[in-house]
Design a protein around this ligand. Structure first.
Ligand code: PLP
Length: 404
């Protein structure tokens, strides 16, 4: 989602001379500020060297169980499988739930496409539900009503995916209660929820299966990677089997099912483990960036920030705000363009999946909240490697756009 090429220099404050534009151009254009570039700790190289020295560079060896144990320690899940991406973890979740062609899988419409794409590729029919304006996550009241109507039709979903958004945990307890009534399993797409809490426990905890992402733009990164987590050893055992080509126990290659090459490289696992150790300070830093935006923009008319839901602590992975075009004086797109001209990357919040060309004909329930968020919502640079002076540039550019 973000371009590594830009980030490497952005993230190397020890080498200020090595800027992407170089020479004269560097003096004319200030360096570009990105949305959420990877933030390296400085300890990754030693961890990589240790794996190289050990010779275990494949998706096997001690770095992988060590990373899985670290993920378990942070989240509380007893069973963890490290995967090549968050999307791979979602695919494995749908595989172990035996999603079959024609099955319905429900998800909030306000999310990244990867939440549902693997299920659609398996032949599932997606149904998109609206989110709640107070949390921007799946609306449990709507879910309850829709489940009742689906039961009357005799066509309950095979799974519901709850999604943590921009570092805020979905209202999982209400979602689990609604789905539990009908025996529908819940998967938590917690790719954006790492480090967030719900009623004191980690986001996603309580779902039958939860997925995480260690992509370069997330709160901590392995340089790519993900995880599937659960408290059910049978489900994770099956996922582990499918993740490495579903090899049956035999001296020759034997398969009773087809699997995937979804294991995480030991090299990336080592990087992920180093990064994960910094999760708590990263959460504090993202929240501090949010607070600084809120303070620096508080007096401007027509801006409102993503609310923090009462049931937990959000990480503020990305600071997201809504722009009221009448009161602010310009709309979200014009603001985004003026930030772009000032060398600041910002991005509209998720375009609702029911509005995506591929899902035009998919069934949906509600959607006006997600559409209103998309019309006005903007994500601001929130990377923890961002210096205060960089954030001041973003704040100044927003203030200038308001005055203009
Ligand atoms: C990042 C993300 C994913 C996918 O994770 P990858 O590791 O990039 O495959 C899935 N869902 C959501 C909501 C995400 O933000």
């Amino acid at each position: 989602m973000i371009q590594y090429r830009h980030c490497v220099t952005f993230l190397a404050p020890l080498h200020p001379a090595a800027r992407p534009l170089g020479g004269l151009a560097a003096e004319v254009s200030p360096r570009r500020i990105h949305l959420s570039p990877p933030h390296l700790t400085g300890r990754e190289a030693a961890a990589l060297q240790a794996v190289l020295d050990s010779g275990w560079v494949a998706p096997a060896g001690p770095a992988i169980p060590a990373f899985e144990a670290a993920i378990g320690a942070v989240t509380g899940f007893t069973q963890v499988l490290a995967t090549a991406s968050g999307t791979a973890a979602l695919h494995l979740a749908f595989r172990v739930l035996d999603i079959a062609p024609g099955d319905e899988v429900w998800a909030p419409g306000f999310t990244f496409v990867a939440t549902i794409a693997p299920a659609v590729q398996m032949g599932a029919v997606p149904r998109f539900l609206d989110v709640d304006a107070g949390s921007w996550t799946l609306d449990p009241d709507l879910l309850r009503r829709e489940l009742r109507a689906a039961a009357r039709r005799g066509r309950l979903p095979r799974a519901v995916v709850a999604v943590d958004i921009y570092g805020q945990a979905a209202e999982l307890d209400a979602i689990l209660a609604a789905c539990g009534h009908w025996g529908v399993p819940v998967v938590s797409d917690s790719a954006e929820g790492l480090g967030a809490t719900i009623r004191g426990r980690h986001a996603g905890r309580g779902a039958l299966l939860a997925t995480l992402s260690f992509n370069g733009n997330k709160i901590v990164t392995a340089g790519g990677g993900g995880a599937l987590a659960s408290d059910d050893p049978v489900l994770i055992g099956r996922a582990r089997h499918l993740a490495s080509h579903a090899k049956d126990p035999a001296p020759h290659y034997q398969h009773s099912a087809t699997g995937h090459a979804y294991g995480l490289s030991s090299l990336l696992a080592a990087v992920g483990r180093v990064q994960l150790a910094d999760l708590a300070p990263r959460v504090a830093a993202r929240r501090a960036i949010f607070a600084r935006y809120a303070a620096g923009l508080a007096d401007l008319p027509g801006l409102s920030f993503m609310p923090e839901a009462p049931w937990g602590m959000a990480t503020r992975w990305l600071t997201a705000l809504l722009v009221d075009p009448v009161r602010f004086g310009t709309d979200r797109e014009a603001l985004r363009e003026s930030l772009d001209a000032a060398g600041v990357e910002s991005r509209p919040v998720w375009k609702p999946l029911p509005l995506q060309p591929i899902f035009r004909d998919a069934p949906a329930a509600g959607g006006t909240v997600a559409e209103a968020l998309f019309a006005r919502g903007l994500c601001l640079p929130s990377g923890t490697g961002m210096e205060a002076g960089d954030q001041d540039r973003v704040i100044t550019a927003i203030r200038d756009a308001c005055r203009a």
